[in-house]
Ligand binder design. Sequence first.
Ligand SMILES: Cc1cc2nc3c(=O)[nH]c(=O)nc-3n(C[C@H](O)[C@H](O)[C@H](O)COP(=O)(O)OP(=O)(O)OC[C@H]3O[C@@H](n4cnc5c(N)ncnc54)[C@H](O)[C@@H]3O)c2cc1C
Length: 447
Amino acid sequence: MARPARAFKVCLPHPHSTWNARPRGFGDFSIKSGAYGYSTSAPSPATGAVVAGAGPGGITVLGNLLEQSPHLSARKFLWVDPHFEAGRVNSRYREVPSNTNVKLFLQFANEVSAFRDIVDATPKPNAVTALQALPQDKGCRLSYAADMCLMLTEGLAQHPDVKQRRSKIKAAVLDEQSNVWKVTLHNGEKVTTSHLVLCTGSSPISKTIPSLEKISSLSLKPVDLDYALKPTLLDQTLDHREPATVAVIGASHSAILVLMNLVNMASSSHPQLRVKWFTRNKLRYAEFMDGWILRDNTGLKGQAADWARQNLDEETFQSSLVSKIITKHWTTGNEDQVYRAELPDCTHIIQAVGYNRNPLPDLQIVERDTTITKPLHVEFDHVTGRFFKSSDSRSKTDREYVPRLFGAGIAFPERVTDPHGNVEYAVGFWKFMRFAKKVVPEWMSKA
Ligand SMILES: Cc1cc2nc3c(=O)[nH]c(=O)nc-3n(C[C@H](O)[C@H](O)[C@H](O)COP(=O)(O)OP(=O)(O)OC[C@H]3O[C@@H](n4cnc5c(N)ncnc54)[C@H](O)[C@@H]3O)c2cc1C
């Protein structure tokens, strides 16, 4: 995918770095034994935390770790990502209209001192001034938010307490005796740390849904959801000279964005394009209540909601021009039958059926009083941002946390309950920030 030009230069007035980087393994550890060759009696690590991932989630966590720095003995943070290009919001969603208002992105950039320093030090105009120039109570293209993340990333990289590694975390072994994590990167580098934070993100579910797997005769071309969310790529994927019928599965925010993109193409560059939309559920919208938002994380919002109301709702669909391009197919209760009947005359298929966590690094543990390294299976606690051992079968209240392992971002969001008792997972820049502000001080204060 094309790498966007970085338009903004960050010049931070930091004194020169005191970071003691060593070419291989700058954390203090001694090589001895075990799968990753570590000693079980590692001295106190020099690295206060290792953060995996530099998308909006990782940026949020790093900003909050720096906020805690004055209270920490080990203040150096290692930040690991293969690209440092603001994660999916930049690589995949630049052309997507945001489902949050512009002012929330600016609130995010103003929430911790490390970010404020970057914003103050960056020559204007920059990504933040570009956001400031937009209407604040409306959404924007996510390219604006992505540029802001790139600007923050560039600034964080210059912070004297942050060291970047352009790699991925391959494995991490917890020494239960010392509560120290020994982390191995894909580039072979090894480091010890007292805290490991996973902000490794999520990707669209690409596995074919079971009902479709049963229909062996289908020869539909799958179109990646990431492509379908990017009109410039979708345009190249579908041949405008050929008739095409695209099956779209799902009724999520992403599914509606895909329908919008396809309808725009069918009404302009691809007049022979038609769409069959398969959904189990009626559209659900976020609703502004008295000081809170009903279905804040699961309902349609922003441009996608406006478009769906005008074109897809029961009341508007038949009279909308969109019904000339899209046919709706309810799959509730008779999914297999509907797909068997409707899919054979489709040429392409786009599944917009959710997102899954990206694979985690290989987590392992050397249990107390042993030297044997075992696999460590974990389960996320959406309240504290910590992890339980999956093997711990005690009730949630009695279970122990895996020491000093944490998660944030879209893969590890906070669980929230609204005033009506509905439970949701809080996903979005500002929600990551709110969660991090609550939990990061606790992560760093408790062993
Ligand atoms: C279609 C869509 C629209 C959205 N619109 C909005 C919106 O309008 N407003 C809003 O606030 N939010 C929005 N979100 C939600 C959210 O802000 C984004 O999904 C955001 O990209 C999530 O950030 P993240 O850092 O958690 O994950 P990602 O952006 O996926 O970043 C994860 C990073 O981790 C890296 N990584 C993975 N594994 C490793 C490893 N082992 N070691 C080191 N690095 C690793 C990856 O390379 C990547 O850079 C939207 C989400 C979607 C799907």
